[in-house]
Design a protein around this ligand. Structure first.
Ligand SMILES: [Zn+2]
Ligand SMILES: [Zn+2]
Length: 511
């Protein structure tokens, strides 16, 4: 595969805001353009509605309507807020398969949600306490996954107009979706209705609930803190991540891995303040059989396969992948690099990649560098906001028992391949002096692993040869990754090495 973001060439950035025309402004006819934007809204062309409303708002500003008639300006802002929100929802609901077929170029759904919130806030500055503006602000915040703030906006709106039907409905929906009622004050009610274990009476009386885990409702033990700022017992959190990739408290999507580090200061504090109870909790946890935690779900970046150890630079411009990238960056910085086969089905093997560098761009894109870590089979696959998420089943090679003929044969092939690879690398280094592509290939293949790590060695050689052949043999990377026998992989790369060594620089496309 090529080293720069595969086949993804970046299409022109979509323009939401229409070019400002230099011609004389026509007299403002709010009616007709507003009709247009309504028609766009009804037919699901939310981007066009945004454009039409932006144009109206611009003219409303130019002609001083904002000052003369704040109510009118306000209604335009709220209409645009609604259009941004609908566009954001629309982008998230596109199935992953559809956008894998051809890349979607659109702004980031989170940015659109933020714009929806901004418009509602601008309207609120013109008309403080306006319930409709608070409704839009709440809707925008919901799309930004800021559920508590959204709840506050809905409640503020209901203070002004207690019978507002939409505000009541949105607040109810938010509560029913389980996205807010986990507030600290009513957690115990929730755990009661869910039938979870009620809190055992405290050893000493005067204690508050702040030190309790909201999953097991007991004193936090080995507390871990999520990127959204919530704290749980480590084991409770790990169990919850087996079932869902959302924070159990605020429902924020997390790609963090189930094993978060323990928040040390808090653990020390808990132990100091509640020595008896903490000790009891420790004994309890130690008795409990260590549960087999399932591998944590990985979000998938579907483009091409990545070899373990391989480094690749990516330009993340698609809205769904920007969302994925942002979530991975606030979590464990891991994602799965996967590819589709010729039937547009997900390949049976993929590679866990770690984001080693991330440069957010002003236009919302990300330049990232990832390095392949472990191979895995995507077992269970589902969709999350337009991208795929898989539960990985990690695979490694089968190692022959020591002192067997098999083990000896493996060592012999490994030594032979290592020799060939060293010569090949030497040749690449000589050629790379006048060739950036080759210098890059050598750099991205990384350092040679220790000779006894034969599996790593086989992938290192693969990284030195596959990028040169990929066009001719797209299935090779996949084949090498599917193999569970190191000797077979070494044998395959050996043949490729021999073939490449025979070819003259002029015959090889890259040289
Ligand atoms: Zn707990
Ligand atoms: Zn949370």
């Amino acid at each position: 595969m090529s080293s720069e973001a595969g086949a993804l060439t970046e299409p022109p950035a979509p323009q939401l805001q229409q070019e400002v025309t230099e011609s004389q402004p026509a007299p403002l006819d709010l009616g007709s353009i507003n009709d247009d934007s309504e028609a766009y809204m009804q037919t699901g062309q939310f981007d066009k509605a945004v454009n039409a409303l932006s144009e109206l708002l611009r003219r409303s500003d130019v002609e001083g309507c904002a000052a003369a008639s704040p109510a009118c300006h306000c209604s335009l802002l709220l209409a645009r807020s609604a259009a941004y929100a609908r566009l954001s929802e629309q982008l998230r609901s596109i199935p992953a398969a559809q956008s894998e077929h051809s890349a979607i170029c659109a702004p980031d759904p989170c940015q659109l949600a933020a714009l929806a919130t901004q418009d509602a806030e601008a309207a609120l500055r013109l008309q403080p306490g306006c319930p409709v503006a608070l409704l839009h602000k709440g809707n925008g915040l919901c799309l930004q996954e800021q559920y508590r703030e959204a709840e506050a906006a809905y409640r503020a709106g209901l203070l002004a107009q207690p019978t507002h039907a939409q505000l009541l409905q949105r607040l109810r929906e938010l509560q029913e979706s389980g996205q807010i009622c986990r507030a600290a004050s009513d957690v115990s009610d929730v755990s009661a209705t869910r039938g979870t274990v009620r809190k055992a009476p405290r050893l000493d009386e005067e204690q508050d609930d702040d030190m309790d885990c909201s999953i097991c409702s007991r004193l936090l033990y080995e507390p871990v803190t999520t990127p959204c700022g919530h704290t749980f017992c480590r084991s409770c959190f790990a169990r919850s991540m087996d079932h869902s990739s959302r924070c159990p408290l605020c429902r924020t999507v997390l790609h963090v891995g189930s094993q978060l580090p323990v928040t040390r200061t808090l653990a020390t504090l808990l132990e100091k303040c509640h020595p008896e109870e903490y000790k009891a909790r420790r004994e309890e946890e130690q008795l409990a059989a260590p549960s087999e935690t399932a591998a944590c779900p990985l979000p998938l970046f579907v483009m091409s396969l990545l070899l373990p150890g391989q480094t690749v630079a990516l330009n993340i411009f698609e809205p769904r992948y920007r969302l994925l990238c942002r979530r991975a960056m606030s979590g464990n910085r891991r994602l799965g690099m996967a590819a589709l086969d010729h039937n547009h089905e997900l390949c049976e093997v993929a590679c866990e990649a770690e984001i080693t560098e991330c440069h957010p761009q002003v236009d919302g894109r990300f330049y990232i560098e990832v390095v392949g870590r472990r191979r895995f089979k995507p077992t269970e696959v589902w969709e999350q906001d337009g991208y795929r998420v898989a539960r990985p089943e990690y695979v490694t090679d089968e190692v022959p028992a020591a002192d067997t003929e098999e083990a000896e044969a493996l060592q012999a092939v490994a030594a032979e391949v290592e020799g060939l690879a060293d010569a090949w690398l030497q040749r690449l280094r000589t050629l790379s002096r006048g060739h950036r592509g080759i210098a890059d290939l050598v750099l991205r293949a990384g350092a040679k692993p220790a000779s006894h790590d034969v599996e790593a060695l086989s992938f290192w050689v693969a990284r030195l040869v596959c990028p040169l052949l990929d066009r001719g043999e797209p299935g090779l990377v996949r084949k090498l990754m599917l193999m569970r026998c190191t000797q077979e992989r070494l044998q395959t790369v050996k043949e490729v090495l021999q073939q490449l060594s025979r070819c003259q620089p002029s015959q090889c496309s890259i040289m």
